[in-house]
Design a protein around this ligand. Structure first.
Ligand SMILES: C[S@@+](CC[C@H](N)C(=O)[O-])C[C@H]1O[C@@H](n2cnc3c(N)ncnc32)[C@H](O)[C@@H]1O
Length: 373
């Protein structure tokens, strides 16, 4: 039997990827267990610290030492400083000034070290162009014009992320009896913060629980979602399929403009959040690929259905003629682009808009509209 314990730190708006070293060092010092082996698993805004072969007593002692509130207050000061957040939290900062990127990031994002913001946009634009050129090269249905005129969608709003003004920390710990068991005996305890946080987009409030996805850059998300609405070309007769809908944000933003929104999402907690956030929309907790057949058989094929995909899925039924596809890893989604545009999918790309959702990093979100006759 393998014992393991897991401390889960959820910090919204803070990049765990680029703060790994700081968080690790801080936790070890704070809890005075510098001799302990810690494994660090990081996700966008969640860090999991694993302690192997430790019993419950160790975890309880550790939790006491960490003392949620004190830990929370201190770790924020360590992590949220101008050089380590992904975003520029100084609203007055001139975006032409040089940007300093911490060492841990600079190894991965060399081109963005001390690069003015306009230059960063240009670099990301080039990345987006390369993706589109690759689609053209590999797809038989594009006409050669894509990849030439992609402009990055800059929006100063995306830069203005008030990192301090948000309820950004939830601390959990798990004690797992057997990590290799498919259904591990897992105790979960909230040691700091609330079970959920509330975020605002436009004039809408969203309740988000720990396991649910929500865009990190909320101001950027307003830009992204507005652009998705534009690309969906919605009217009061449109039915929106919000596939992989997370907490249902896109559907909620768009629902007043359309006939109906149906959201599909894998994570149970996210679907429960989505239902609370928008009780007028329909949400299904399932893998898209398992639910799509049933959903479509319940719809009239003459209806105008637009699918929003984030991330994409193969196997789009033939009566869907219009897809708006958002990807935060366009290079990895290349195969899906190709599938949609080859003879089986038969879609054409009609619009490409990169949105700078992650200023001062190498990352961006690419929106593509696919249409077919
Ligand atoms: C990048 S998030 C986007 C969420 C939402 N569209 C938004 O913008 O807030 C991707 C979501 O897809 C969900 N997901 C991933 N694979 C899925 C699948 N096969 N079926 C349904 N949902 C899936 C994830 O749980 C996650 O909530």
């Amino acid at each position: 039997m393998s014992l393991a314990s897991k401390l889960v730190i959820v910090m919204r708006k803070v990049s765990m990827r680029s703060n790994e070293k700081k968080i690790k060092t801080f936790v070890r010092q704070f809890a005075q267990f510098e001799d302990q082996e810690v494994q660090f698993q990081k996700f966008k805004t969640t860090a999991r610290l694993w302690f192997k072969d430790k019993d419950e007593e160790f975890i309880r002692t550790l939790a006491d030492k960490l003392d949620g509130k004190k830990f929370g207050e201190k770790i924020i000061n360590v992590i949220v400083d101008e050089n380590t957040t992904h975003f520029n939290r100084d609203k007055t900062r001139n975006i032409n000034k040089n940007i300093t990127v911490p060492d841990s990031i600079s190894e991965r994002v060399c081109p963005l070290v001390n690069v003015p913001y306009e230059q960063q946009l240009k670099l990301k634009q080039e990345k987006a162009q390369k993706v589109m050129k690759d689609v053209e090269t590999k797809s038989k249905t594009l006409d050669g014009s894509f990849g030439k005129s992609v402009t990055m969608f800059p929006d100063e709003k995306c830069l203005h992320l008030p990192a301090y003004s948000i309820p950004l920390l939830i601390l959990y710990y798990f004690f797992v009896i057997n990590v290799f068991d498919n259904n591990p005996n897992c105790q979960e305890e909230l040691i700091y913060g609330q079970d959920f946080v509330t975020e605002k987009l436009f004039d809408l409030s969203f309740q988000i629980s720990r396991a649910s996805f929500f865009q990190v850059n909320t101001k950027g998300a307003e830009t992204l979602y507005s652009e998705i609405c534009n690309q969906c070309e919605v009217d009061e007769n449109t039915i929106i399929l919000d596939l992989c809908c997370g907490t249902g944000t896109i559907g909620q933003v768009i629902s007043s403009k359309v006939k109906k929104v149906i959201g599909v999402e894998l994570v149970y907690e996210a679907v429960e959040d989505a239902k609370k956030n928008a009780n007028i929309n329909e949400f299904i907790c399932s893998k898209v690929e398992d639910a799509i057949g049933n959903i479509l058989s319940g719809l009239d094929p003459t209806e105008r259905v637009v699918a929003i995909l984030d991330p994409p899925r193969a196997g789009i039924p033939s009566f869907i003629k219009h897809i708006v596809y958002a990807s935060c890893k366009p290079e990895l989604a290349m195969n899906n682009f190709i599938q949609l545009t080859d003879q089986t999918g038969n879609f054409k790309v009609t619009n490409v808009v990169p949105v700078d959702m992650f200023p001062h990093t190498e990352h961006y979100e690419l929106l593509l509209t696919f249409k077919r006759e």
